[in-house]
Each structure stands twice: as C-alpha cells, then as structure tokens.
Write a protein that binds this ligand. Structure first.
Ligand SMILES: [Zn+2]
Ligand SMILES: [Zn+2]
Length: 186
C-alpha cells in the first residue's frame, strides 16, 4: 500500500486494505517459524501529518497456519498486529542533525534528540506501508507455535502422537547433568 503524503490532510487519512495470501507468504518467507497464510490479512491504518512527520497507527489481523512445534499438526493462529510509529522526512532529519552540530553546546541529550526506536525515515512524497507491515508482522509472530499448551508431542522413539495414545516406548533419557551421580557411593 503506497500513500502519497499530499493525500494526508489535516483530518488525517484512513486506509484499509487486504494483504493477499500470496503477499503474506512472501512477507513470511524469511521467517524460520514456518508460518504460512490461511487467508488475506486485513489492515486498517490511520495516517496523520505534522509538519515533516507522519504518524502511522495500524491494526491488522493475519490468519496464519504453522506446524505445532511439538506434534507437527497444523495450528491455526489469528495474529493481531498493532503498531504505531512516526516517519520522519529524511531531509528534515539530515537538517536537524547539522543544526545540532552547528548549534550551541548546551546540555547533552536535549529533548530534541529523535527517538530512533520508534522513528523511521521516508524520502520523497510516497510512503510504502508494505515493508512496515511486514516488519511488524514478523515481530508479532510467536516464535514457537504449539497446538495447545498441554501438547505432549511425538514419541522420540516411534514417532506416535502422544496426544492420541500412549505408545508404551521406553523414552527415559538419562539427564547428563546427573550422570556423574551414578558413580557416587552413598
Ligand atoms: Zn501439538
Ligand atoms: Zn513410542
């Protein structure tokens, strides 16, 4: 979704759009947790302009699927993605930097220092919101999807899904941290 900043009037600009499953899969391709799109992701964004700064607030919902990290069965995840950030015109930021360098040597850490954590720069007149949505989506992904918190996973010996049945294998793996104690004569 591209927005020309001239379209953002004083009252702000609301934009809603769908990220198609194909686009969503592309956004997720670099992530290792194996999430895939189950459907389109609906995004609602509000943009406000204040001089050379653009405030973006967005609310999105992505319907995703991944393999359970324990039993490998498919898990459906409805992931809310909410974020708020400020885009600063690249030229404005460069100007502010040189002004600070040339300016008086007042107290260190003045209140005009931009907060890099929440600000990103944009150049020109057109803002592309897709890379921002992608970044926020990847940040919101749970690292280790599970079908349920109590998922017992697969038997490491025979591969049976232990949620379905107890296979009866001996799965006892000696803990290497305690191995030394076997030789201790009490
Ligand atoms: Zn599971
Ligand atoms: Zn087994």
């Amino acid at each position: 979704m591209r927005v020309n900043i001239d379209e953002i009037k004083e009252a702000g600009l609301d934009r809603t759009w769908d990220v198609t499953p194909a686009q969503l899969d592309e956004m997720l391709a670099g992530d290792r947790s194996g999430f895939r799109a189950r459907g389109p992701a609906h995004v609602e964004a509000r943009l406000e302009k204040l001089e050379r700064r653009i405030r973006v607030r967005a609310d999105a919902r992505a319907e995703l699927t991944a393999a359970c990290g324990r039993c490998l069965l498919p898990v459906s995840v409805d992931l809310p993605v909410e974020f708020e950030l400020t885009l600063v015109a690249a030229e404005a930021r460069a100007g502010a930097g040189s002004a600070a360098r040339d300016g008086n040597k007042g107290p260190v850490g003045g209140s005009f220092a931009p907060d890099d954590a929440e600000e990103e720069t944009y150049a020109g007149k057109v803002i592309d919101l897709d890379p921002i949505v992608r970044e926020q989506l990847v940040l919101a992904l749970p690292g280790y999807p599970v079908c349920k918190e109590s998922c017992k996973g697969l038997c490491p010996v025979c591969g049976a899904n232990l949620n379905d049945r107890e296979c009866g294998c001996d799965r006892h793996v000696p803990d290497p941290r305690w191995a030394g104690l076997k030789n201790v004569k009490l």
